[in-house]
Design a protein around this ligand. Structure first.
Ligand code: TRP
Length: 530
């Protein structure tokens, strides 16, 4: 299934205009949005241009994997989920009925609102497709990074859980926990902390000498949250979050790799090469294979070729490769798969040597196999690691959703009641908030009929696309087409949205009330013992 580019969505090109308006507005915390350079998990998360996230941070476009998603969620179909990091392994596991997990966390700093509902829905969707689902309350983070008291945290935590349960999260199949009460997470955080140092936290999060240690601890705790689903068994895991959390995802992917016993890479000779040097060696090998006189490509041949060939690779890669090739002299240049010893115990390293079948060469801190493919080697490395007490973590994946625009323009923020609709809002309040929301309508009804509305810039249209139209693409498209076609005027459109919102809140709150008993039965520490 492919995404219909004409379908109503918020991913359309002229999104720019809306985003510009958003970026210029002054944010609630008093600062102007500056998101060009950094994604800041504790900053004001207005994103001025989602495309930059692809270019600057290497987030991949969700549309590329969409055709592989079995009956995609409407948030995926409508481009609300716009990006991902390495989501394919999760999809493969889902399609092949293999284990996978989905985990996300919530800082209990205020009421859960309709923006959080996106993430609740994403977790539930993965759970319904067979994933182990985890929802956690980031109480340590709320306390250390936002200064909330334990009483406030307990109250909000309850509200998040009730909404998650009301929307369909199955607590018998999945797991709910709070960071402070999960001993395994704390232990894993401690282990992961041994792989991270202050300079990194400084580089990633802008921490400095004034940052409290507890805030740093909440970071390693989040790293542990992200890897927690794999504590008993490695499996593809998706973290559905907003793009402001991407620094955490990247860091968790790094830490996961650092804990591994062995690294697996491609190599061409006994020496170690940087990825850029390796690319040059690979090209030399491809060119010379079958071309040299005695049939064996040697390091010197590659050096000679590289000196002649007019490569425009970075100079230091070229110089590095040449130096290493000259030093290796007559050693044959031969592609191989390399196992690097990272954190392996001696026994694990010995066991791996035994386990590599076929032609191999053993060095001090690496083993070269001439027969195993990269994938076979990865699998073997993980097997040996698991058999010798390692975690064998897979790099966690993520999917990213757009932030909802606030009802008053600007960003939707928990700290500005009029900007959001809380899942706890009285249905009448919800109705009123929608009715007084900003729209992207024209100045007069005449102009609106003539030019059509600008649905792509409209917070009220967003409500339909993200929530009110639910799974009904036909309805969402109708609202969109009628708006841009000039048939739908803002007053009536808001009235309809307001009624739908009232209905949604009524129903959701009934379900929340029903979820109370379920929540009491759960093994969840609802009250902090502090
Ligand atoms: N940092 C997240 C937030 O600000 C909360 C969080 C804690 C989280 N642990 C997590 C999110 C693990 C995703 C996965 O909302």
């Amino acid at each position: 299934m492919t995404r219909d580019t004409d379908a109503p969505g918020t991913a359309e090109p002229d999104d720019d205009r809306r985003s510009d308006a958003r970026a210029k507005s002054v944010l609630p915390d008093g600062g102007a949005a500056s998101d060009d350079v950094a994604l800041d998990p504790w900053g004001s998360s207005a994103i001025s241009d989602y495309r930059k996230l692809f270019e600057q941070f290497g987030i991949e476009e969700f549309d590329e994997v969409l055709p592989e998603v079995p009956s995609p969620h409407y948030l995926m179909r409508r481009g609300v989920i716009f990006g991902h990091r390495d989501y394919r392994p999760v999809l493969e596991a889902m399609c092949e009925d293999e284990p996978f997990a989905a985990l996300s966390g919530f800082m209990p700093t205020g009421d859960p609102h309709i923006g959080h509902k996106l993430v609740f829905d994403e977790l539930i969707w993965h759970q319904e497709r067979g994933g182990d689902a985890y929802g956690l309350i980031a109480d340590l983070e709320a306390h250390s990074a936002r200064g909330l008291s334990w009483d406030e945290i307990d109250e909000h935590a309850r509200d998040y859980l009730l909404s998650l349960l009301a929307l369909g999260f199955d607590p018998d199949e999945g797991e709910l926990y709070r960071q402070s009460a999960n001993r395994d997470v704390q232990d894993l955080a401690f282990e992961l902390g041994a792989e991270a140092n202050f300079s990194e936290l400084q580089a990633i999060y802008g921490f400095d000498g004034e940052t409290d240690v507890s805030h740093m601890q909440s970071v390693v705790t989040q790293m542990a949250d992200i890897l927690y689903p794999q504590i008993d068994e490695p499996k593809p895991t998706v973290i559905p979050v907003g793009p402001d959390q991407d620094p955490h995802v990247r860091f968790a992917r790094d830490l996961a790799a650092r804990t591994r016993y062995f690294g697996v890479t491609q190599a061409y000779a006994s020496f170690e090469a940087t990825p850029a040097e390796r690319a040059l060696l690979g090209r030399a090998y491809e060119t010379l294979d079958g071309e040299v006189e005695d049939g064996t490509v040697r390091c010197v041949n590659a050096a000679e070729w590289l000196e002649e060939a007019d490569v425009d690779d970075p100079v230091d890669a070229l110089e590095g490769a040449l130096e290493k090739l000259h030093a290796a002299g007559k050693e044959p240049l031969r592609p191989r798969t390399r196992f690097l010893d990272r954190n392996a115990t001696d026994e694990a390293f010995e066991a791996l040597i035994e386990a590599v079948e076929g032609e191999k060469r053993v060095y001090d801190a690496h083993i070269d196999s001439f027969e195993l493919s990269r994938e076979e080697a990865e699998e073997l490395a993980r097997e040996v690691e698991l058999a010798h007490g390692g975690y064998g973590f897979r790099a966690p994946s993520s999917i990213y959703h757009r932030f909802m625009t606030g009802l008053t323009g600007g960003k939707m923020s928990s700290s500005i009641p009029a900007s959001h609709i809380s899942l706890l809002d009285d249905p009448e309040t919800g109705y009123d908030k929608v009715n007084s929301a900003t729209t992207a309508g024209r100045e007069t009804a005449e102009l609106q009929r003539e030019l059509g509305g600008e649905a792509d810039k409209c917070p009220v249209y967003e409500l339909y696309a993200y929530l009110l139209a639910g799974d009904d693409d036909g309805f969402a498209k109708e609202v969109y087409d009628e708006c841009v076609g000039g048939e739908r005027l803002c007053g009536d459109c808001k009235e309809q949205a307001a009624r739908l919102m009232r209905e949604f809140l009524e129903e959701h709150q009934e379900k929340r009330a029903e979820a109370e008993t379920l929540l009491e039965e759960l093994d969840f520490e609802l009250e902090s013992e502090r």
